[in-house]
Structures are given as C-alpha cells and as structure tokens.
Design a binder for this molecule. Sequence first.
Ligand code: ACO
Length: 332
Amino acid sequence: MAYAAFRSIGAYVPEKILTNDDLSHMVDTTDEWITKRTGIKERHIAADNERTSDMGVKAAALAIERSGIDASKIDMVICATISPDYFCMPSTATIISTKLGLGNATAFDISAACTGFVYTLSIAKAFIESGMKKNVLIVGAEKLSSITDYTDRGTCILFGDGAGAAVISATDNKDEAIIDVHTGADGTYADLLMTPNGGTGSPHDSLDQEAGACFMQMKGNETFKVAVRTLTKDVIEILQENEIESSAIKHFIPHQANYRIIKAVGDALKMTKEQVVVTVAKYGNTSGASIPMAMNDVYEAGELKAGELMLLDAFGGGLTWGSALVPFSPVK
Ligand code: ACO
C-alpha cells in the first residue's frame, strides 16, 4: 500500500503591512482592543495587481524546490481559497499549475474557508493512498483584503493576505506517513460566517453585484464559542483515536484566527508554550493560507526537523473544521 508523506513547505507573504494603528484611522477601534481580543498586531495586504494565484505560485515554487521532487512529477494541484482569481472559473489551482509549468496535472479548488488546507491534505492523502496520484501540490492562498469590508470593525481587523503550499508524495515507508486527517462540517451554522451575496442564493440573484456585495460577514462572538468547543473536541479525539499523547506533539500548528482560541485549545491539550505555534500577531487570519504560513515560519527558523510530529487544526465558514497528525518527512 502507498502512504502519503508530507515532504516540504513554502509560503509567500506580501510586502505591505496594515497595522492596528492604521485600522484605528479607518474604523472605530484601537490597537489595545484588537491586541487584547485577538492577539493580532498587524497583517499583510497584497498589492492591487497581485492576485491570489500570484501569491500561490510563489509559495508553491518554494515548496516544490524544497521537496527535491521534479516539477514534472507533480500530478495534482489543489488550491484551498475563498478569494479565487475568478468567481466561477477557471479555478485558481489551474492558473497556479499553468504558471508553474506543471503540464496537464489535475487541478481544482476547494471551498472550506479556514479549514481549506486541512481539507486539501485529506484529499491528497486519499488520492495517494488509493494509488491514483503520486505527487500532490496543495496550496492555501488568499487575498482576503478583496472580500473584506473595511467599514466593518467586527471583521476588517481580523483578516490578511498570503499563501502557503506543500508537496505530499507517495512513500512505502509507514514511518513517513501522514497518520490521520479529520474533516467535518455542519451547515446549520452557515449563517455565522458568510459572504451572503453574489451567488445563486443572493437576494440580487445576479452576478451583477452592487459594490461590496461579496464581503465577509461574521457573527464573531458566536463563531468564537463554537470554534473553541468544536476544535477542542476534535483534537482530543484525533489524539485518542491514534493513541498519541499531546506531549508527543513537537509542533501544534493551529489555524491562526484568534490568540484566545489558540490558547483555549492548547490549554485543553495541556500543550506547553514551546509546542504551540503562534503567528497570528503578524499575519492575522489568512484563512486557508494560515496553517502553511505558520508552518513555513517554523521551517525557516530551522525548527522543523525530519520526523517531528505536527498536530494541525482549523475551523472556518461553512461551518467546517478539521485536524491532522502529520510527521514532517522530507525526501532523504
Ligand atoms: N474595536 C472595538 N470594539 C469592537 C470591535 C473593534 N474592532 N469589534 C467589536 N467591538 C465591540 C462590539 O461592538 C461589542 O461592543 P458592545 O459590548 O458595546 O456591544 C464589544 O466590542 C464586544 O464584541 P464581541 O463581538 O463580543 O467581541 P469578542 O470578544 O467576541 O471579539 C472577535 C470579536 C475578535 C471577532 C472574536 O469573536 C473572534 O475572534 N471570533 C472568531 C473568529 C473565527 O474564528 N472565525 C472563524 C474563522 S474565519 C473564516 O473561516 C474565514
């Protein structure tokens, strides 16, 4: 049987920084409020002419280079995004694949909001374990600034832009294998976090939207409570099902939405400060890109070594959630 190994990580962070002080001149908020309630200090914003695919390409090129796997061997590209280059088609994955010269690799996007990267991981694992694909490029890329309402202080303080990518490839060595990926969803909470207009469910029932119709709207406080409850249950279950103690996790890399959510889940798992990866202060919430961006920071700091076990968790619009137990397994 083929197993799926997590080979490499890459990320791209746009240059421009939007600080809490900048936001305090745009909406009724303060650096103190944002820092205390979210842990966010600043976020990066893509240039006007920079598309989601442009950021995805930069992250993916690094991931492919670091994997040591020839680009011609990539046979599938999956992009997790809620801010695609185009509303319906072509998919952002197709654009990324073509810009990277990956030939006719299968390419498609998935929509699972902030859980997108964990969903792509589960799909890559399934395709590889079934023998249908050998080397899958997974990308989380977001230009959330393009769907953020900068007059809504409840959301605009949270989101940023960026991209992360990883190469997952087949191995027959079980020690290298991704151990488990959980994914789940519950549409009864759909109204907590949504972009209500622009699709066929839109009250306008038209693609000819009024300005600003596609911005994210969120019931933040309710979302917060469901996030903590759902994530805590899910990460405890994935550890128990795989008979792994939380002390065996070298890097707990949660979706970076809010420091208070990260801390609540980390505390429930009795994680030490050293185990928990926190990048929310500098990137804010980059949705599908947040986990690979955080992982890339650990990698570039020289702190992600072969064989080390990572626990990932994420939660987002849908509602969706997921977690994964992943050893870092670069090609030797
Ligand atoms: N500055 C100042 N005051 C504010 C701001 C702001 N930016 N935003 C809200 N407030 C006010 C509110 O109006 C409210 O005032 P009131 O008490 O007078 O009514 C007060 O602050 C408290 O508001 P809450 O919404 O209860 O604040 P909370 O502590 O819940 O923090 C936040 C809000 C940061 C949004 C938090 O709820 C959160 O992080 N939620 C979860 C987000 C998340 O995880 N989303 C899922 C992933 S995102 C995705 O999938 C794309």
